[in-house]
Design a protein around this ligand. Structure first.
Ligand SMILES: Nc1ncnc2c1ncn2[C@@H]1O[C@H](COP(=O)(O)OP(=O)(O)OP(=O)(O)O)[C@@H](O)[C@H]1O
Ligand SMILES: [Mg+2]
Length: 270
């Protein structure tokens, strides 16, 4: 049984411009199905507006689809009550693109990482401090960072805090929605390596959402990044709300091209 099974998801957003005009419906997802096995990473590549984040929200239980099912750990997310879904969510975490807007600027790193622990686990203050120190260490930060505020971190360091928060409840899967897209290339590489290490360490599954095939290709010479891509179960290219599965071989061919050659490919539908 797969860790996550997404079955035939169809979803539209309704936009009403004014009360006398007909409600306009915007179809976003159309019969999307995919599955993610335990300990694997599925890459989801598509242009801006293709519906990647919408699918991410559907998977996270945040946007009820009009049609289809999300089965996580054998249970249908939208067939359960809100309370059970919230419990299920501890195993299904997310890291977004914008590290700064993902955190409360008035909280220290310690308080940010403590949030999920306080919501779901009843730890003593000593246990909680120890857990936070351990999470900071796992993401390459130190105890000395606990009392710092978001403004005192770089974008990459703050994304590490977001990753630590996502790891706090020992989830089975993390949705990485453009989690490295706003970082410079060197920082992207280090965060990708960190994600790869954490995946191995905890047997995590990832849904890795990105619009950026150019950056991917730029990293082609970097061994560590290659390993990350090797970790992909398969790559799912998204266009007009319909996913097409590419096997790893096809994406390797794409990645072996020089970035300048990708210009033509970028005019492909995605
Ligand atoms: N809450 C919403 N209400 C109405 N339309 C929405 C809503 N959220 C997204 N959309 C529309 O749905 C389409 C898909 O959006 P989505 O955010 O899923 O795209 P995306 O592939 O994640 O894009 P990006 O790469 O820019 O993040 C877009 O046209 C967007 O404008
Ligand atoms: Mg998006």
């Amino acid at each position: 049984m797969s860790l996550l099974e997404v079955k035939d998801i169809t979803h539209s957003y309704g936009a009403s411009f004014s009360f006398w005009r007909k409600k306009e419906v915007k179809p976003v997802l159309s019969g999307v199905s995919l599955s993610i096995e335990e300990g694997t990473c599925l890459g989801l590549l598509g242009s801006s507006g293709a519906g990647k984040s919408t699918l991410g929200k559907v998977i996270l239980g945040l946007e009820k689809p009009q049609k289809g099912q999300v089965i996580f750990q054998g249970q249908d997310l939208y067939a359960m009550d809100a309370r059970s879904r919230q419990q299920m969510r501890r195993n299904l975490q997310v890291v977004f693109q914008d590290s700064y807007s993902s955190v409360n600027p008035r909280l220290t790193a310690e308080k940010i990482i403590a949030e999920p622990l306080e919501n779901y686990e009843k730890l003593s203050s000593t246990e909680q401090k120890r857990a936070i120190a351990n999470l900071l260490e796992q993401v390459g930060l130190s105890n000395g960072d606990m009392k710092k505020y978001p403004r005192e971190f770089s974008g990459g360091q703050l994304q590490r805090i977001n990753i630590a928060r996502a790891l706090a409840l020992k989830p089975k899967m993390i949705v990485l929605d453009e989690s490295v897209s706003s970082l410079d290339m060197v920082t992207q590489t280090t965060i990708l390596n960190l994600l790869q290490d954490l995946k191995t360490m905890h047997g995590l599954s990832y849904l890795f959402i990105t619009h950026d095939i150019r950056a991917t290709a730029l990293y082609r010479p970097c061994q560590l990044y290659d390993q990350f891509w090797c970790g992909f179960f398969f790559l799912y290219i998204f266009t007009n709300g319909v996913g097409i599965v590419f096997d790893t071989g096809a994406i390797w061919e794409l990645l072996s091209l020089h970035p300048s050659q990708l210009t033509g490919i970028m005019s492909f539908p995605w």
